[in-house]
Design a protein around this ligand. Structure first.
Ligand code: SF4
Length: 351
């Protein structure tokens, strides 16, 4: 079980990560002390795109405070699904991963220090007033990015004082905390969708509101906790219709590529094999293609009609237009084969 270091008071699910993994709220002395205590001589630092600017200052701090040789992993990373491997950082004895919580059912390739970069900012009372003044429904499912999860309990209390029910729930084995949002898994929302009139995402950017809109058939609002800006709901009908049109355009595709990732938390080879069997049962050909980080250029020049991405579902949903041929999610592929109806639309929840 990953050890908790004060950052994770709401954890309810026992992670399967190695015992050496530890979780921290921010970069600071508790992290440095733990790395020193491990006696690691060489570590690899992984930072998400939003923190790249600070990566080298952070690496210098780690180096100075721990005495460990510190390598910065340069490739883009998107989640705790693509943790640094020993092959990528030869000789590294541990990893420090910023901006992500562990995914409980993904085992880390190296002893890993997760630094969730929690941000305690945001005034719950002011935010609840904003929600009330905007006339949002009185029953709201709440989901937050990892950085803002600590705001959820006081925000629920503040909403309640305004007569608004803020509903939260734990997710499945891929989510560490109740109310946590992961781009491939919104089970914290799906499990309460029938009890609420809308969802409210606490965080920034469109990535999670968009994913939530695919996953739950409810209006999805987004509230930036630091700026206090409330975004109107995403037009779910239009984004779902676009996907359904793409699915319909693939109904006659004969030759499929089934994309399989070798990242530790994106490898759904078993699912790809099952889809390959389905394709054969419907008289289609389907080839498994293995990759780490998918590059649209890798799909150029292939004699294939369409693809199914069994890795991160957001590759198909968010980046579809970058690829030379249609890229569907697994449920969309089953829709294209006629095994599932187009309605209700099914999000490719990664369990
Ligand atoms: S699979 Fe995709 S959405 Fe899920 S954690 Fe990884 S990068 Fe994020």
């Amino acid at each position: 079980m990953a050890a908790q270091n004060g950052a994770s008071p709401h954890a309810t699910i026992a992670p399967l990560a190695p015992a050496a993994d530890q979780v921290f709220a921010t970069v600071g002395e508790p992290l440095f002390r733990a790395v020193r205590a491990g006696g690691y001589r060489k570590i690899v630092l992984q930072v998400p795109a939003g923190l790249v600017r600070n990566a080298h200052d952070l690496a210098a701090r780690l180096r100075n405070e721990t005495g460990a040789v510190t390598l910065v992993l340069a490739r883009a990373c998107f989640g705790a699904c693509d943790l640094p491997s020993p092959d990528e950082a030869p000789g590294a004895e541990a990893a420090v991963v910023l901006g992500h919580a562990p995914i409980p059912n993904v085992a880390s390739p190296l002893p890993t220090f997760f630094v969730e970069m929690r941000d305690p900012g945001g005034d719950p009372e002011r935010l609840a007033q904003i929600v009330k003044d905007a006339g949002l429904p009185r029953s709201l499912g709440l989901v937050a990015s990892i950085q803002h999860l600590d705001l959820v309990p006081p925000f629920v209390a503040a909403l309640s004082r305004h007569g608004i029910a803020g509903v939260t729930a734990p997710g499945d084995r891929r989510l560490m905390y109740p109310a946590q949002a992961l781009g491939c898994n919104y089970t914290t929302a799906e499990s309460v969708a029938s009890q609420v009139d809308a969802f409210l995402f606490l965080g920034t950017g469109r990535f999670h509101p968009l994913g939530l809109a695919f996953a739950v058939d409810r209006p999805v609002y987004a509230l930036d906790p630091l700026r206090g800006e409330l975004e109107p709901p995403i037009d779910r009908g239009s984004i779902v219709r676009r996907r359904q049109l793409l699915v319909a355009s693939c109904r006659d595709a004969r030759r499929w590529g089934l994309l399989v990732s070798n990242f530790v938390g994106q490898d759904r080879t078993a699912m790809a094999r099952a889809l390959q069997a389905k394709a054969a049962a419907h008289g289609r050909e389907a080839e498994l293609l293995v990759f780490g980080r998918l590059d649209p250029n890798d799909l150029l020049g292939r004699d294939l009609d369409a693809y199914v991405c069994t890795a991160c579902p957001r590759i198909a949903l968010d980046d579809s237009e970058l690829y030379p041929k249609p890229v569907l999610t697994a449920p969309e592929f089953l829709m294209a084969l006629g095994e599932l109806p187009l309605e209700p639309y099914r999000f490719d929840t990664y369990h």
